[in-house]
Write a protein that binds this ligand. Structure first.
Ligand SMILES: Cc1cc2nc3c(=O)[nH]c(=O)nc-3n(C[C@H](O)[C@H](O)[C@H](O)COP(=O)(O)OP(=O)(O)OC[C@H]3O[C@@H](n4cnc5c(N)ncnc54)[C@H](O)[C@@H]3O)c2cc1C
Length: 392
């Protein structure tokens, strides 16, 4: 069978691309090894799909080339996606940081993408295993569990390596390697971090505590909530910073974000000179955390008035820059995304087509463009899918 466009991967980017290409009159086939399309869409955003963000800019994406995503994001914007959502009568709401979610369920987004595909006669083969891909003179030849297929344009939309139990695979990276495209080392992103040894044991006493922090690593910083778990740390602040963290890095956690810790301590010492350091800290921080800080950082358990000029800044430094050194991330089992992927230098930023192999496109998470938490990864899927759908 011959198609203008075959798209491998019936996820967010693949379905967007399919609808766009088919609306241009291209004959389009979507293949997926899963039995149902859009499984990740369905589990996203706690089942409500954080489908985009009101503040989309390249600053919310991580890539070896931070400019690469700009063109596609500008040509299919968050407003464009929102217009589609409204046209389909999907009720939505805004949460903090401009994040947009479905009111009812993520299934609304998947239904919208599928109905757009149906309207334009997109064919679907699910499940379908792809055994081999070969370049031919005027396109590609795919050997699949449903027979031999041919296409002029092949779009790889197989996502990243996160959550293998719902069908993530390294197919996209393998195809890139097969055609000699460079790959930026992939790793888990938006993922909890864990500790080992004495640090793990000490921090376990904090399990269940969630608190606002400002967390820093390398050149990134995020002011959001951090959650202590039995294995380590999680919550939005940690998921965000995990996309920058590399093994061996320490994190710096400001436990009193937005407050000048030294000035605050000084005020406490003046206002409540008889109050002990731990009791003063407990007016701002959870008691279990204070107990741990007193012990781990050997803070003086004395009245504030007895603190020397050197001690106040030392305590303040601990509060404003508590250093934690995770041993590892929780890996692809729980990661929301894969960072790294097909090197953007290999692709046209306008069309997502390979510069080396005419007719071969990569879109969505398989590309080295990773969004922050907050709807940015879906927006990249929509925008890159649209870009390829306009060209393939
Ligand atoms: C738990 C969770 C929650 C998330 N929540 C959000 C959120 O609220 N907002 C947000 O912006 N992002 C969220 N994300 C990230 C977002 O889901 C992804 O970035 C996005 O789905 C990527 O789109 P994609 O089309 O590139 O890949 P996917 O949506 O993962 O689709 C890839 C498709 O390719 C198929 N496939 C894989 N390998 C093969 C193969 N070998 N052969 C055939 N088919 C194959 C898969 O079955 C799948 O259908 C979340 C991720 C997770 C894991």
């Amino acid at each position: 069978m011959l198609f203008d466009v075959i798209i491998v991967g019936a996820g967010a980017a693949g379905l967007m691309c399919a609808g766009t290409a088919a609306a241009r009159g291209r004959s389009v086939l979507v293949l997926d090894h899963a039995d149902r399309p859009g499984k990740k869409i369905l589990i996203s955003g706690g089942g409500r799909c954080n489908f985009t963000n009101l503040d989309v800019s390249s600053a919310h994406f991580i890539s070896q080339n931070p400019h690469f995503c700009k063109s596609a994001l500008a040509r299919f914007t968050a407003a464009d996606f929102l217009a589609m959502v409204e046209e389909h009568g999907i009720p939505w709401h805004e949460r903090e940081h401009g994040q947009l979610f479905c009111d009812r369920s993520a299934a609304d987004i998947l239904d919208m993408l599928l109905s757009r595909c149906r309207r334009h006669d997109v064919r679907m083969h699910l499940p379908c295993a792809i055994e081999s891909v070969r370049k031919e003179q005027d396109g590609f030849r795919l050997e699949t569990s449903r027979g031999i297929l041919h296409c002029a344009s092949l779009v790889v939309a197989t996502g990243g390596l996160s959550i293998p139990k719902i069908g993530a695979s390294g197919f996209g990276l393998d195809i890139a390697r097969q055609f000699g495209l460079h790959i930026v080392d992939p790793d888990a992103g938006l993922v909890p971090l864990r500790f080992t040894g004495p640090e793990k044991e000490a921090l376990q006493s904090l399990a269940g505590i969630s608190m606002p922090v400002c967390i820093r690593c390398r050149n990134a910083r995020f002011r959001e909530a951090m959650l202590f778990t039995h294995r380590g740390i999680s919550g939005p602040a940690v998921l965000q910073i995990s996309s920058y963290w590399q093994p061996g890095d320490s994190l710096e956690v400001d436990l009193l974000p937005g407050l000048d810790a030294a000035a605050w301590l000084q005020r406490q010492a003046t206002g409540h000179p008889g109050m002990r350091v731990d009791n003063a800290l407990a007016t701002r921080l959870p008691k279990r955390l204070v107990a741990l800080l007193m012990q781990m950082q050997s803070l003086p358990r004395r009245p504030l008035k007895s603190l020397s000029e050197r001690e106040i800044p030392r305590i303040a430094d601990t509060l404003a820059g508590w250093r934690l050194k995770p041993a590892a991330s929780e890996g692809y089992r729980t990661a929301e995304v894969m960072r790294g992927g097909v090197d953007t230098r290999e692709l046209s930023s306008k069309t997502m087509e390979s510069r080396k192999v005419a007719g071969l496109y990569f879109i969505g998470e398989v590309v080295d463009v990773t969004g922050h938490l907050g709807g940015f990864n879906f927006q990249w899927a929509w925008s890159s899918g649209h870009a390829a759908g306009q060209a393939a």
